[in-house]
Ligand binder design. Sequence first.
Ligand SMILES: [Zn+2]
Ligand SMILES: [Zn+2]
Length: 399
Amino acid sequence: MRSRQRMFAAVMRLLLKCLRLGRRRRFRLVRQVEQLWHYGHLCLRSLLYNSFTNGDVVLDSLFEPVYWLVDHVTRWFGVVFVALVIGLTSSIVAIVYICLLPLILQTYTPAWICWHLTYGHWNLIMIVFHYYMAITTSPGHPPQAKNDLTGVSICRKCIAPKPARTHHCSICNRCVLKMDHHCPWLNNCVGHYNHRYFFSFCLFMTMGCIYCSISGWEMFRDAYAAIERMKLLEKERLQVAANQTYYQTPPPTFSFRQRAFHKSVVYLWVLCSSVALALGALTLWHAALITRGETSIERHINRKERQRLQKKGKVSIAHSTGAGWGRARCDVPLPVTQVFRNPYSYGSWDNWKVFLGVDVPRHWLTRVLLPSPHLPHGTGLSWDLPPCVTEQHAPLLAI
Ligand SMILES: [Zn+2]
Ligand SMILES: [Zn+2]
């Protein structure tokens, strides 16, 4: 009996020893894994260490493959989009010349013929000229060679000086002076040297589409009704063909020429009115930006900056404005430091004059209403007050 008890105690001791040993081993394993994890973590952090690393950088790095794909697809699609613009515009011009012009010449009065010929051709020349200039003119890039640019930042992608208003285009893979945006319809960046061409193209294209939509409204209604009639007659003809008897004759059909004419008029009107709406909205948006002396990118930057300063209480919400020098409407006078101003705005009217390059009144005709290849003010590297600005404004100051 005693020997049994002794044996039982010995077994229990052995079991306890084993358990202790197992626990110790388990703890050692956990400790080793923990050490390995800390070591790997430290290695990774020391390899990727950057004092500027924050959530945005990590998110950007994660999305880098997506950006790469979008940039490459946009670059490739740019050629397709340009071909599309040229193809669609040519088709509209061809329809006007082949289908509508003979009709206008036969039925309209000489005064109306004169108006349509003059306005139509002027509008067409302006569209072709500005589109050609917008796609072939370089938007302008900062010099790559060593230079003495002052007050610039450094582009992280180009590792080169970046003047004020310059931004890096990831599609062109270059820095662009006074960059507005990369336009796939031009397959080019919109910047300092071709911003006017881009806007003028949008404006004249919208005007042309509105002109075609208004002038072709009556014709579109007739053509649409004719197509409906055509469908009805086709249906009747099929019914007659199915139950044909000796005394039934099929209804008359439209000739190929008539069908092509009606369908072309409907295509012209639908395309022109759709483009007029979409491009008209874009043109209005850009007109608002030009009035404020901002580019699309600066609109975003200025809004963010304004919100940041408002949160800090450095600028007043009611007095924050992007509308130009000293044009903030103040009920209570505030020190200048409390009004947020866009430093590149000279006031609405002067902003337009600077943008269009109007120095003297006759330039409204020669530089705005007629095709003109004149260069914009300045080099896009520094932003001094242009000579055409009428008022004496405060020195360049953001806040
Ligand atoms: Zn760059
Ligand atoms: Zn670009």
